[in-house]
Write a protein that binds this ligand. Structure first.
Ligand code: 8X3
Length: 255
């Protein structure tokens, strides 16, 4: 069902140029949302928005001015912003604390934590005003676990989760639902980014098992978004059957 004019429900998805963000944009568009696809890679989101009848807004979530422009772009679309999917983020490196790469740490904290802060803060008034808002924040099992070499990423994901969960109390009494999605292994560009484009190393992460796909996660977000206003799916952990924890997986052949 598509809606138009002031009845139109708008869903803003960050990190929409690939992976979970792109798949979520497709699922929400199929549910009738006008999707605002936000990401840095202009060509990718333009093609996606074209395909799903949405709007592409080039946004770097770490830049408050760019995020303010994203909020203004939403004002120019008829309808109300009722869904925000905080999906932009990622990991860089797998160094020990002793060997920590400060640039990697800064990037992880800027994108995952401050990015979520900037976008959520900018869009919250609109989500509340919609009368039936939803904030989905895509964290990770790294928000629940720690592992050797993962401190930069796990600390950022723990912080992003804490920020998101704090809103549950702060928004109590307001018409906004809050859902944290914490995925385990999902076959996206995640590992390629983490290992700076090293394809062999990235593929090794998923070797010998069946990881989740971006669509697996997007379909769950679509389920969350399609619940009635009184139903809040608080926190959802999604792992492949072959993964018991961040460091423990079953592989049919070893890496
Ligand atoms: C990443 C989760 O299991 O690939 O967010 O380390 S995992």
């Amino acid at each position: 069902m598509t809606t138009s004019g002031h009845d139109q429900r708008i869903a803003v998805v960050t990190g929409a140029s690939s992976g979970i963000g792109e798949a979520t944009a497709r699922v929400l568009a199929a549910q009738g949302f006008h999707v605002v696809a936000a990401a840095r890679r202009a060509d990718r989101i333009a093609a996606l928005a074209d395909e799903i009848g949405g709007t592409a807004v080039v946004t770097d979530v770490t830049d408050p001015d760019a995020v303010a422009a994203l909020a203004e772009a939403c004002d120019r679309i008829p309808g109300s912003v009722s869904v925000l999917v905080n999906n932009a983020g990622g990991a860089k490196g797998l160094a020990s604390v002793e060997q920590a790469d400060l640039e990697h740490w800064r990037w992880m904290w800027e994108t995952n934590v401050l990015g979520t802060l900037h976008v959520t803060r900018a869009l919250l008034p609109k989500l509340v005003a919609s009368g039936d808002g939803l904030v989905v924040t895509v964290t990770s099992i790294a928000a629940l676990e720690i592992y050797d070499g993962g401190a930069g990423y796990t600390s950022a994901k723990h912080a992003q989760s804490a920020l998101h969960r704090t809103l549950r109390g702060e928004l109590l009494g307001k018409p906004v639902r809050l859902t944290e999605i914490a995925p385990g292994m999902v076959d996206t560009e995640f590992s390629l980014v983490r290992f700076d484009g090293d394809r062999e190393r990235a593929d090794g992460v998923y070797h010998g098992l069946t990881p989740l796909t971006a669509t697996d996660i997007a379909e769950v977000i679509g389920f969350v978004a399609s619940r009635p206003p009184h139903v809040d799916l608080d926190q959802i952990v999604i792992r492949p059957r072959d993964q018991a924890s961040a460091t423990r997986a079953h592989r049919v052949e070893p890496r």
